[in-house]
Structures are given as structure tokens and as C-alpha cells.
Write a protein that binds this ligand. Structure first.
Ligand code: ATP
Ligand code: MG
Length: 757
């Protein structure tokens, strides 16, 4: 098993070692009131993953104690999601509603012990009597009821004699407990509603705090794993089981941080609103963060599990960048799917010196993908290319077809533009070109230099398809509601053109459309007569690209602009296969050195970068951090210069990395120091020293800064405490800003968590 175990696995192992349990039993306990989302995937991966790793078992339990919102279609969606992710629950699906009679008997037992009473205060009075964090609560006069009276009332509650809200059953614990949850928590409430499974049999339903621990006990669960917001409920969990004297082994509750992703909402209530108000086409709309949505979009189970693995399990809430999820699917598909050609916005090209037709051999996979297979690409006089791959007035750095600049048609020939034909309004309708017969891909003797290869389709044999381009559902990082929806999250292209093999051979259901991104044959709407493809994800993080473009236009005078442009163009250019030496290097980087594919690819393909990287590594063996700096920061410098022209050396960059690893400086400061190194060539330690950039990790320095941020933002504190946990990032951000980025983010995270409790 993995060396670095998460804290839950550490607990499980200790419990097994001590012999506390003979078998690990976990459960995934969703409420069937909506489709499961990516947050549930995390919980599924944890519960089923732990059971699998320790050879125990995991139950799938519908926590169905709320009759008004639950439905069997959600039960089905939950079962689907667990199975699709590759897990299997033990035995039948369990339902808390199956335990209603048993749970009720436990309630009767508590009443008989004098540990529970029927209260008849109104909801508002109950709240008022509970007191505040500063003041103890007071107990209701009804707490004095005799056992007989309580038993009688509870029975009559069950039989439906009273109206909703007239009475509740409460545990008799402690109205002045420091933990407010322990101030006589509610165990049962009256609900006259039809339950999707038990029908009208029950008029009272157990509260979560009572039903959950008992369901765990009934099922023999050992580790009851839930999210952090239940931390304070743990005392009730233990109280119920202990007071009832339920014998060991009994379950214990452990909490982990729930998953939050930026640009996403994760509450089922908000997702339900999107579905009900038709902002999306359904629970499985490919823009939804539901498992059904991700699945229909084209995500693979592997990519989602890998994402859950990467984000890890922690005890502090944090916000994960949606780009990380996107990275995981790209990373998965990169090594699996065929490359094919699609033109989204076709522009006709007539090749005037080409006669007849031919079929070109084209491999489905690039050389670095260990898969075999190829198809025939029909080629003739009339083809279509992407409209934006031609420019009459090319901006600087435009590498594709222009009036002066030839371009390669991927897998085919080099063409040169001869003439541009326009309609009355000045729109280009056609390009007349010539091809170079001796430039055929694989046997090119033309000697013509081109700067990129573009995708194309043969006009006669191309198939028309519908392509659905998805973008993020929300425009802002911490969306509150529908007001933050991205109006451009779906763009439908009805008349895109694809090469015929895609439809006739169907080499797969997922593809890379060359230079466009990864696509998936829509599992619902696709037919051979009307093929439909969903865009899963672009080839690169387009949101970053957009930001770079904005930066580029705002910051015209900055010397970095041409570099940024170069980076964008490079993304659009053709990627050539790796040589054998490069391949070996790539394998070493991704294997032994544990670099991610993207970084490894960047370094591998650039001799200057890989030499720089390896020289630095000899001084300080921290491959991942070093590689990131070399692939990003150093790469920018080496784009225009030779290594010998740089003012800094690999050894100095290694020193910078070491300071990062030792947490002397933060990532942000490292970037700042790097900029200074570029200019002055000074040693990083010298720069940090001279400018007082040392990272602040001391809680007694950071604490007061957090207090100030909290004091200045009472509204956000209130919203956060009311449940808008996405604001966590706001507080952390403010503190980092106040310290000029010098505060140690981990320490800030921990302290903010503490202080906002
Ligand atoms: P929501 O707030 O979206 O309605 P929930 O917690 O009410 O979520 P449940 O169906 O009760 O949803 O959750 C089932 C299990 O999944 C619980 O154990 C819960 O802790 C876990 N879970 C729900 N959301 C997340 C999340 N974002 N990250 C991790 N686990 C989650
Ligand atoms: Mg819930």
C-alpha cells in the first residue's frame, strides 16, 4: 500500500492492530434527494476504497429519513454512480427506512430510562430556550413529564394523533453543554407525509442524529466516516450508543474535509434548482458536476478516481481548482484515444493543381501512445479547413496559412494560398490553393519549411456532425446561485465536418479532435444519421489562456508580451513525435522522477530545458518543484536566449527550490525572487535577505492579521458561518494579500479554520 497514508487509513490500521474490530466495515450513506456529484465521488472513493484496501466491506445505505424530498429515481442514480466508479456494495442496498421499527424501539428504551422526553414547545421556543454560545440554555417544563406520560405521547405521535410540529422527542442530556448540539437534541419529529418506501405507515421520522448512529450500529459498521460539518454531532453519536449500552464493537465517527471546487456549486439544493428551473437539460447535463453529468460529458471513472486520489484526504476544508479535474481527464485520455480530424467552422479550399483522388494512410495514435491502428484519409481537390487557420492579415507569430506562408495539411501535403474569394459583404468564401506533390507526409522531399500542420477534411467524403462545446457553468470562482451562471456555457455547432472513418469505423467513443480537444460521442443523442459529439475538455487549460490573452492586451508595453504570444502559438502548433532518446527521457521523468505528463513533455522536448533541469537536479534533488520552475519560469527566459546568456545558473535555481522546500519562502515569493534573479543574477538567498522576503510561519504574527481580516468583513463571516463555506478561500486570500504573500499558506489555512469556527 501507498507509503504516505491518509489519516483515516492510519486510524483504521491502528484499530485493526489493536484488535478493536475483526473486520473493517464502512458505509456510503447518501440521502436519495438528488443525483450524486463529484463531492460524493470523493466520499465513495474513501468509504469503498478503505473497505477494499483492508479487505472489509462497504454498505450502500440510503439515508432516507426525510419523506418529502426522496425518490427512487435518486436511489437508482446513486447505485449507478457507485457501480460506474467501479465499486460494489456488500449484499443488498440498505435503507434507514428499513430500520424504522428498530430505531423506534431504541427511542422507547431511552424514554423508559428517563433519558428522553416529549417536548411540546414550539420550534421558535425550542430555539430560544437553547441559549447561545455565551449563555447556557434552559430546559423546557415538559422535561418533567413522567415516563408513562412520555411513552403515551410518543406512541400517539407515532399513530398520527398530532399535527406536524405539535410535539418532538428529545434526548435529556445537558442544556448548558458547551457543545450546543448536546443541549437536548431532537430525536424524532412529526411529519405527515408520504414516504417513497414506507408509504403512510409512519407519522414520525427519526432525526439524523438519532437514525444515523443506530443504523451504523445495526449494520455493524466499524468506521463511520463523514464530512467535517458533523464534527460537533459526534458527541450525540457517542451519547446515544453509550446511553443505550450498545455493546462493543460499536462504530465511531471520523470526519474529513468535504470537497469544494471553484466555478462549481455542489449543494444538491442548488443543483436541483438548476434542473427544476431548466437552466440545464437535466441531472445528466454535461455541464453539471454530477457523476451522471461528468459521465455524459465523457469523463472516465479512472479520471475521477485519480482526481480523488490526487486531492487527498485532509481535515481542513479547502477549495480545489476545477483545472485539476480537467487535468485528470486530459491526462487519462492522452494515452488512450484515437486522434482524428474535425473542422468546426469550415472554409472551402480548392487545390487547383490536384487531379483525381487518393487515400492517405494515417495512424490513429501518435508515436508516444502505445496503441496501434490507422485509417484511410480520402484526399481530393476540394477540402475544408478551419476558418481561423487562414489569415489575410496575420498577427505577428501566426504560424498557419496566410497569403505568403504555406502550411501543412496534417497527414497530407503542404499547400500554398493563391487567391482569396469573397462574397459581396467581404466574407471569405473560398481559397484557391496549390499543393506541392513532393511534400507528402512521411516522404517529404520538397524542402519547404512550414511552421505548423492544420486539420482538414475532404469535401466529398466528410460527414456532417453536431458538436456541443461546453464551457464552465459559472463565471465566477465562488458562485452563489443562478445569477452567476455563464451565459456561454453551451455552444452548439450543427454543421461541423469530420473525416468519414470516425463514423464508419468507430474506432472508439472518445477522440482527440486534432488541435481542438477531447470529444465524446453523446451516449443519448448520437445516431449514425445524426452524430453528436460532446467536448470533454480542451487540449490546454483555456481559462488560463484567456487570462494570458487579457494580460497580453492590457499590458502592451511589457516586454513579456511577445513571450506570452509565443506560448499561445506554440500551443496551436503541431506536436511532432518523440525521438527514442526523448522517449527514454520522458519515461524517466514521469516514472522515476514522478513529474506529471505535461511538465515532463515540456522538458523532454526541449534540449535546453532538460539540460538545465538535470544540472539543477544534481545540486538539489527535488525533481517536482524544480521541474515546475524550469518548465515555466526558466522556459520563458530560454525561449529567447541561450543558457549561456542567462544571468542565473542551474545551481542558483536549485538553491531557490531548496528555500521553497524548506518553507523559507512561499511560491509567490519564489516567483518574485526569480524575477530579480533574471535581472540582477544575484543569489536567491541574498535577494530574500536584502528584501526581507522570508516566509512568515509564526502563528503569533499571522493570528492578529487574521483577526483584523475577520473584523473588517463581518458580512462574510456571517455568510460563512451560515454555511457558505466557499468563502473560506476569500479569508485566506485576504490574509495572504495583507502579508504581501509572505504568510505560509498552510499555517494561514489552519488558523483561519480555527478562528472561523
Ligand atoms: P449536499 O449538501 O450536496 O446535499 P449532503 O452531505 O447532504 O450533500 P448526502 O447525500 O447526505 O449529501 O451525502 C452522502 C455522503 O456524501 C455523506 O457522507 C457526505 O458527507 C458525503 N458528501 C456529500 N458532499 C460531499 C462533498 N462535497 N465532499 C465530500 N463528501 C461529500
Ligand atoms: Mg445530507
Amino acid at each position: 500500500m501507498n507509503e504516505s497514508k491518509d489519516f483515516l487509513r492510519v486510524i483504521v490500521e491502528e484499530d485493526l492492530k489493536k484488535g478493536k474490530y475483526s473486520e473493517v466495515v464502512t458505509r456510503f450513506p447518501p440521502e436519495p434527494n438528488g443525483f450524486p456529484h463529484i463531492g460524493h465521488a470523493k466520499s465513495i472513493a474513501i468509504n469503498f476504497g478503505i473497505a477494499r484496501d483492508y479487505k472489509g466491506h462497504c454498505n450502500l445505505r440510503m439515508d432516507d429519513t426525510n419523506p418529502t424530498t426522496e425518490d427512487t429515481r435518486y436511489v437508482e442514480a446513486l447505485k449507478d454512480a457507485v457501480e460506474w466508479l467501479g465499486f460494489q456494495w456488500e449484499g443488498n442496498v440498505r435503507y434507514t427506512s428499513d430500520y424504522f421499527p428498530e430505531i423506534y424501539e431504541y427511542a422507547v428504551q431511552l424514554v423508559k430510562m428517563g433519558k428522553a422526553y416529549v417536548d411540546s414547545l414550539s420550534e421558535e421556543e425550542i430555539r430560544e430556550y437553547r441559549g447561545t454560545v455565551m449563555e447556557p440554555g434552559r430546559r423546557s417544563v415538559y422535561a418533567e413529564r413522567s415516563v408513562e406520560e412520555n411513552l403515551d405521547l410518543l406512541e400517539r405521535m407515532k399513530e398520527g394523533e398530532f399535527k406536524d410540529g405539535e410535539h418532538v422527542l428529545r434526548a435529556k442530556i445537558d442544556m448548558s453543554a458547551a457543545n450546543m448540539k448536546m443541549r437536548d437534541p431532537l430525536l424524532y419529529r412529526i411529519r405527515h407525509a408520504h414516504h417513497y418506501r414506507t408509504g403512510d405507515a409512519w407519522h414520525i421520522y427519526p432525526m439524523y442524529d438519532f437514525g444515523h448512529c443506530l443504523s451504523d450500529y445495526i449494520e455493524g459498521v466499524s468506521h463511520s466516516i463523514c464530512t467535517l460539518e458533523f464534527e460537533n454531532n459526534r458527541d450525540i453519536y457517542d451519547w446515544v450508543l453509550e446511553t443505550l449500552g450498545l455493546s462493543a464493537p460499536r462504530p465511531y465517527q471520523h470526519e474529513f474535509a468535504r470537497l469544494g471546487i471553484n466555478y462549481t456549486v455542489m449543494s444538491k439544493r442548488k443543483l436541483l434548482e438548476l434542473v427544476n428551473e431548466k437552466y440545464v437539460s437535466g441531472w445528466d447535463d454535461p455541464r453539471m458536476p454530477t457523476i451522471a453529468g461528468l459521465r455524459r460529458r465523457g469523463y472516465t471513472p479512472e479520471s475521477i478516481l485519480n482526481f480523488c486520489h490526487q486531492i487527498g484526504i485532509a481535515k481542513a476544508n479547502s477549495m480545489v481548482d476545477v483545472a485539476q479535474l480537467e487535468f485528470c481527464i486530459r491526462d487519462d485520455l492522452n494515452t488512450k484515444v484515437p486522434r482524428v480530424m474535425c473542422v468546426l467552422d469550415p472554409l472551402k479550399v480548392t487545390i487547383e493543381n490536384y487531379e483525381g483522388s487518393e487515400e492517405l494512410d494515417a495512424s490513429y495514435y501518435p508515436e508516444d501512445v502505445p496503441k496501434e491502428g490507422s485509417r484511410k484519409l480520402p484526399f481530393s481537390r476540394e477540402i475544408f479547413i478551419e476558418r481561423e487557420d487562414f489569415s489575410e492579415n496575420p498577427p505577428q507569430g501566426f504560424f498557419r496559412l496566410t497569403l505568403e506562408q504555406p502550411v501543412r495539411l496534417k497527414h497530407a501535403y503542404i499547400i500554398t494560398c493563391k487567391e482569396v474569394i469573397k462574397d459581396g459583404s467581404g466574407t471569405i468564401t473560398e481559397i484557391i490553393a496549390t499543393y506541392h506533390p513532393e511534400s507528402k507526409s512521411g516522404s517529404d522531399t520538397s524542402g519547404i519549411k512550414v511552421k505548423s500542420a492544420i486539420q482538414w477534411v475532404d469535401a466529398r467524403s466528410a460527414k456532417t456532425v453536431e458538436v456541443r462545446l461546453y464551457d464552465r457553468l459559472y463565471t465566477c470562482e465562488a458562485p452563489e446561485g443562478v445569477e452567476d451562471l455563464n451565459p456561454d456555457s453551451l455552444k452548439v455547432i450543427k454543421n461541423a465536418l469530420v473525416e468519414p472513418a470516425l463514423i464508419t469505423e468507430k474506432p472508439d467513443v472518445r477522440f482527440q479532435f486534432e488541435r481542438e480537444g477531447y470529444f465524446y460521442a453523446d451516449p443519448v443523442d448520437y445516431s449514425d444519421e445524426h452524430p453528436v459529439f460532446n467536448k470533454i475538455v480542451g487540449l490546454k487549460d483555456s481559462w488560463n489562456k484567456k487570462i494570458e490573452r487579457i494580460e497580453a492586451s492590457v499590458d502592451r508595453i511589457s516586454a513579456s508580451v511577445p513571450r506570452i504570444k509565443a506560448k499561445i502559438v506554440q500551443i496551436d502548433g503541431e506536436v511532432s513525435p518523440m525521438s527514442e532518446a526523448e522517449q527514454a527521457r520522458f519515461e524517466k521523468y514521469t516514472g522515476e522522477l514522478n513529474l506529471n505528463n505535461e511538465v515532463a513533455n515540456t522538458l523532454t522536448r526541449d534540449e535546453k530545458l532538460s539540460s538545465f533541469f538535470e544540472a539543477g537536479l544534481a545540486d538539489h534533488n527535488s525533481p517536482v518543484t524544480l521541474a515546475n520552475i524550469v518548465a515555466n519560469e526558466v522556459a520563458r527566459e530560454l525561449k529567447e536566449k541561450e543558457a549561456s546568456e542567462l544571468k542565473f545558473t542551474p545551481a542558483q535555481i536549485a538553491e531557490l527550490v531548496k528555500m521553497l522546500d524548506d518553507e523559507i519562502i512561499s511560491n509567490k515569493i519564489a516567483k518574485q525572487v526569480f524575477e530579480e534573479m533574471v535581472q540582477s543574477g544575484k543569489n536567491p538567498a541574498q535577494i530574500v535577505e536584502a528584501q526581507g522576503l522570508v516566509q512568515i510561519s509564526n502563528p503569533s504574527v499571522i493570528g492578529p492579521i487574521i483577526d483584523e481580516v475577520i473584523a473588517k468583513n463581518p458580512d462574510n463571516v456571517e455568510k460563512y458561518k451560515a454555511g457558505n463555506t466557499k468563502l473560506f478561500g476569500f479569508f485566506v486570500g485576504q490574509v495572504l494579500k495583507a502579508t504581501g504573500g509572505k504568510a505560509n499558506p498552510q499555517v494561514v489555512n489552519d488558523l483561519v479554520t480555527q478562528k472561523l469556527q
